[in-house]
Design a binder for this molecule. Structure first.
Ligand code: SF4
Length: 306
């Protein structure tokens, strides 16, 4: 390994020990960050991990909404986001005004909000969901015939296939998944005719319809461990390849498209984490008037999932 990288990694681990901190890294982060994290995972599993530790400082190698969720669930801890500009275009695709308008147009209809959303959007929602539990969450509204699901329209349309309820989708999308096209899939399948295809539900339905497996990042990792196929085309952000290859050395993983890279997820570097720990920046906290209702929406989802 590059000596410079391993020196920085050691410095980060020393600073974490000194400050009683932990490093959480999303599966889409750079490999050298994932390798020294206390926990790797999807956004919600990382925030739940944060509640279970007695660490005082949480360094979140991810994007802003993830650090916000950690702070909402663990307000007594100091949550640091190494790059303030690491955002999520999908989370930004619903504004407070738009959600208000949706509620005005559909009075009394419950709002289910994907965790890839701002704290303020969560606070205005009835419940949150993940890509793994969206169907269960939607179906939990036994008395409702319709639900609103924001911000990801693709996840909403996919979820709608597994419920009798009418799902009103938000207009948002994750460009990393949304831009994967059936032509991309056909091209990669032509190169790897024996490979199976695993995609994330943030993809469009025409891509989903070509897949052998559809699931969250954790679901795709699980699928890779258990499938008998030895070649897997991966339709989610490129960062997940690191763990897929590490966990399954006998299998081959092929990106569904070379452009499935999230710019924001790749912003954070080891240097940024070092700076964050040295200067204790950038602290992410959520004001109580938003934190409390956002906590209720997250808590309701966690209770449904337990
Ligand atoms: S991969 Fe998509 S949903 Fe995740 S942070 Fe990037 S833009 Fe947002």
């Amino acid at each position: 390994m590059d000596k410079d990288i391993s020196t920085k990694q050691k410095k980060i681990r020393t600073l974490l020990d000194e400050k009683k901190g932990i490093l959480l890294a999303h599966y889409y982060q750079r490999p050298e960050i994932q390798d020294i994290a206390d926990f790797r995972g999807d956004s919600l599993s990382l925030s739940i991990r944060a509640t279970e530790t007695d660490a005082r400082v949480i360094v979140f190698a991810g994007v802003r909404f993830m650090a916000e969720s950690a702070s909402i669930l663990s307000p007594d801890k100091t949550v640091l986001l190494p790059r303030l500009d690491a955002g999520c275009p999908l989370a930004d695709m619903i504004t407070g005004g738009e959600l208000k308008e949706l509620k005005r147009l559909h009075p009394g209809v419950p709002v289910v909000t994907y965790v890839n959303s701002s704290a303020a959007t969560k606070a205005d929602s009835d419940v949150c969901c993940t890509s793994a539990n969206s169907v269960k969450v939607v179906n939990s509204f036994t008395g409702a015939e319709t639900v609103i699901m924001v911000p990801d329209g693709n996840l909403a349309r996919y979820t709608a296939r597994f419920t009798d309820k009418r799902v009103i989708p938000g207009r948002g999308y994750c460009y990393v998944h949304h831009n994967l096209s059936p032509d991309d899939i056909r091209a990669v399948k032509e190169q790897h005719p024996k490979a199976v295809l695993a995609v994330h539900p943030e993809c469009t339905l025409d891509v989903i319809d070509m897949a052998d497996f559809v699931g969250s990042t954790s679901g795709i990792l699980q699928f890779a461990r258990t499938t008998e196929a030895s070649e897997i085309i991966v339709g989610t952000e490129h960062g997940i390849m690191h763990l897929l290859k590490k966990e399954n050395p006998g299998k081959t993983f092929i990106p569904a498209s070379p452009s499935m890279v999230c710019r924001d997820m790749k912003l954070i570097t080891l240097d940024d984490i070092l700076d964050a720990l040295t200067e204790m920046k950038h602290v992410i906290s959520v004001p109580d008037e938003i934190r409390k209702p956002a906590y209720r929406a997250l808590r309701k989802m966690l209770d449904l999932s337990s």
